[in-house]
Write a protein that binds this ligand. Sequence first.
Ligand code: FES
Length: 102
Amino acid sequence: MSNWIEVGKVTDIPKLGARVVETSRGDIGIFRTADDEIFALRDKCPHKNGPLSQGIVHGKRVTCPLHSWKIELESGEAVAPDVGCAARYETKIENGIIFLTL
Ligand code: FES
């Protein structure tokens, strides 16, 4: 059974933005797309640990603020030609509240 952690309201995160949640697994970036989908990735770029939460969200990707790798929010995978993967976590939304499970 999953343990869901409440991490705040969808509306607390700007569209195409992110916020950081501190967890026992380290900092996790919670991303909101233009369509109000929510994704959670470890807040470290698979390249050189750039803070993905400070990147720019576009579509279902975020561009790392350090060297502009593009990371798929659904999988955590870097977009080719770059190779790497940021850990991804499940989220759900209930009544506008985001829950995260590690
Ligand atoms: S640390 Fe993210 S692209 Fe280099």
